[in-house]
Design a protein around this ligand. Structure first.
Ligand code: RRO
Length: 315
């Protein structure tokens, strides 16, 4: 099975990405994983100012996956430009990189796009509208506010020609409507989904397991929500979709393709096994060969009545 995908006017060598927040800025994982085997990766979300993040413990596990409240810990705009992007520019050639940006206020997204747009080392922006752990926003995410989604994406669109990918939330009761808002505002693609808000409490004392109290749930238990969000967005828009949530290997990646995702991203799986994404690429080749599927895109369900979307480039 051929895995190459033509998207955003460039080629992804395969559809498997590492999700935002699970691979730092690439260099952190490069000792244990050959990034160049991947379709690409999404960086940790960057804010204008550096952030230390939320109190420990920031991560806890349960049978269905894990819960995190990292709290947007990141080096900020200046240090990312100075220390992180040059490494990516010099070391990542075949994998495609999306730079994740996040803000507490709408204007911060614009500052980030303006601050990064002239730099090398990344293809486009993933606009994180759905972080569940921003204590300054008291758990409310922009993704649940269509006016905010429209303002942020429109403002980012006005400031960059690069691909803009809007990352939406799994607990959005109208994710199809939000997908359309993002499309009308100028998004080139959507990532579905971020983590699902949750809490784990000690049975003996009722004390939250995470230092911040609540967190975002990821791992296998998130997969049904991720698939539903992708399927719903697929019916609502023709934008390319990046499926995230509980992908452990090739079979799950194919499920996301069936729902309508042209790219898939792994997160939690690569904490348990840093090679999970590489294994997924290898597994996809075997999966397709075993079933006589010629191309990955043959598995990707298009919006009813349309062909698989390509925003540019040769196919
Ligand atoms: O940093 C985090 O706590 C975090 C972010 Br920005 C996000 O988008 N999703 C998540 O689960 N954690």
């Amino acid at each position: 099975m051929k895995l190459e995908i033509s998207l955003f006017g460039t080629e992804f060598q395969n559809p498997v990405l590492l999700a935002a927040g699970t691979c730092g800025f690439g260099m952190e994982l490069s000792e244990v994983l050959d990034l160049e085997t991947l379709g690409g990766f999404v960086t940790k979300s960057v804010t204008v100012e550096p952030r230390a993040g939320n109190p420990a413990p920031r991560v806890t596990e349960f049978q269905g996956g894990m819960l995190n409240s990292i709290g947007l810990a990141n080096p900020g705009l200046e240090a990312t430009r100075r220390d992180k992007l040059p490494w990516i520019r010099d070391n990542v050639k075949r994998a495609r990189v999306l730079l994740s940006i996040a803000g507490h206020r709408v204007e911060e997204f614009f500052q980030l796009v303006e601050g990064f747009d002239g730099e090398e080392g990344f293809l486009g922006f993933e606009v994180n509208l759905s972080c569940p752990n921003d204590t300054r926003r008291a758990g409310s995410t922009f993704a649940l506010d269509p006016d905010a989604v429209a303002r942020i994406i429109e403002g980012c669109r006005a400031r960059t020609q690069r691909p803009l990918v809007a990352k939406l939330a799994p607990n959005d009761p109208d994710v199809g409507g939000t997908a359309r808002v993002a499309e009308s505002a100028g998004a080139d693609a959507l990532t579905l989904v971020n983590t699902l808000p949750g809490i784990l409490l000690g049975p003996a004392d009722g004390i939250p397991e995470l230092g911040a109290g609540t967190g975002g749930m990821s791992g296998p238990a998130l997969r049904p929500s991720g698939l539903l969000a992708v399927k719903t967005a697929r019916a609502a828009t023709s934008l390319p979709l990046i499926g995230v949530g509980g992908v452990l290997g090739a079979r799950d990646a194919v499920s996301y393709a069936r729902a309508g995702a042209v790219l898939v991203a792994l997160g939690t799986a690569s904490f348990a096994d840093p090679r999970a994404a590489t294994r997924t690429v290898e597994g996809l080749v075997r999966w397709g060969r075993g079933r006589g599927v010629a191309h990955w895109t043959d598995l990707v369900t298009p919006r009813a009545g349309t062909a698989v979307h390509d925003t540019g480039g040769e196919s």
